[in-house]
Design a protein around this ligand. Structure first.
Ligand code: DAH
Length: 351
């Protein structure tokens, strides 16, 4: 029997048929829970969902035809609902199964080796220096990094107007405290703590208000050693330092002492060693001299001994201070001090 539909009705039935076949195609392509959620929202979403929109269009359909349109719509809604539900359940079960499979631990697999850390090149050198002195029965005692003027300067015989005391050169924590500018503070503390005969090695961080360059950093490392005993003379100093240079850089490395000045030693010297790169023949690193400076040293100044209550008539001693960063750079062929403090793992993992 031929039926006569109004234009709106035909149009609506066409739209319902199209929505139905579009859904079939979209459902076939929706293979995970996200895509299925999107599909559900597209068809059933309260705001702008196709099915609710069709229901609101029903009021435009003439009364006598509402039933047919309503039936078609209900059928579509029920079918879409049940197919979405069925596929969503299937996909959710499959996803859960895959997640479970991923979380299963195969206890028969060989264990992964834990990644071991690396010692920093400066730490390697510090430990090596400490070991050399431990073997000569020195006490290892690093001393504090935050220090008073007395231990960092005054007791070491720095005059009150010495330039190192200027805020230009020293980091102050407050009016009474500063960051030690060298490890020599540890000498004074150790001499106060232990009566002679005494020998101590102190290695650690020191701080100076320097610009960062290839050779300088506001924080660097020193190792300081001293001995106080009866009859200590400069021969003991030289023999000790030669031993250290040979242990650190090999028995064929040479050293030489040049006269110098430090307020806390008299006489004072600077020590050069034969350039590790050219073995003394002269190259760019040693400015063609064949020598490289590695430490300062001297015989402990009588006034320094007096400052800690040791009688310089009865006791004498030597002291030295060495830059550990410098030694690390020479040993590991690192041209720029910044490389040591940037903590780039690609660099550190080589040591
Ligand atoms: N404190 C000196 C510096 O930082 C190094 C030094 C020189 C230490 C001579 C000493 C010494 O113990 O005797 O440059």
């Amino acid at each position: 029997m031929a039926r006569v539909f109004c234009f709106r009705m035909i149009c609506m039935l066409d739209d319902i048929a199209k929505a139905s076949s579009d859904f079939d195609a979209a459902l076939a392509n929706a293979n995970d829970s996200h895509a299925l959620d999107d599909l559900r929202i597209h068809y059933f979403g309260r705001k702008g969902g196709l099915i609710p929109a069709f229901f609101s269009r029903l009021k435009e359909v003439p009364k006598e035809q509402k039933k047919e349109a309503g039936d078609a719509l209900n059928k579509l809604r029920d079918r879409l609902e049940s197919e979405l539900k069925e596929k969503s359940e299937r996909v959710a079960a499959e996803e859960a199964r895959r997640k479970e499979a991923r979380s299963i631990i195969d206890v028969t697999l060989p264990a992964r080796a834990p990644r071991l850390g690396h010692l920093h090149p400066v730490t390697i050198v510090r430990r090596e220096v400490e070991q050399i002195f431990r073997e000569m029965s020195y006490t290892i005692d690093p001393g504090p990094e935050i220090e008073s003027d007395w231990y960092n300067f005054e007791a070491l015989n720095f005059t009150p107007d010495h330039p190192a005391r200027d805020t230009q050169d020293t980091f102050f924590v407050d009016v009474n405290r500063l960051l030690r500018t060298h490890t020599s503070n540890a000498q004074i503390r150790a001499m106060e703590r232990w009566k002679p005969p005494v020998k101590v090695l102190s290695a650690g961080r020191v701080f100076r208000r320097d610009e960062i360059t290839m050779r300088r950093s506001p924080m660097f490392h020193q190792a300081e050693g001293f001995i106080v005993d009866k009859g200590i003379h400069i021969g003991h100093l030289r023999a000790t330092l030669e031993h250290v240079v040979h242990r650190l850089f090999g028995a064929d490395s040479k050293m030489r002492m040049r006269p110098s000045f430090f307020p806390f030693t008299e006489p004072s010297a600077e020590v050069d060693m034969s350039c590790v790169f050219c073995k003394g023949t002269g190259c760019g690193t040693c400015s063609q001299t064949g020598w490289m400076e590695i430490l300062g040293c001297g015989m402990i100044h009588p006034q320094v001994l007096r400052n800690v209550g040791i009688d310089p008539e009865e006791w004498s001693g030597f002291a030295f201070g060495m830059g550990l960063d410098r030694v690390a750079m020479l040993k590991f062929d690192i041209p720029n001090i910044r490389t040591l403090f940037e903590n780039d793992l690609r660099v550190l993992q080589q040591f």
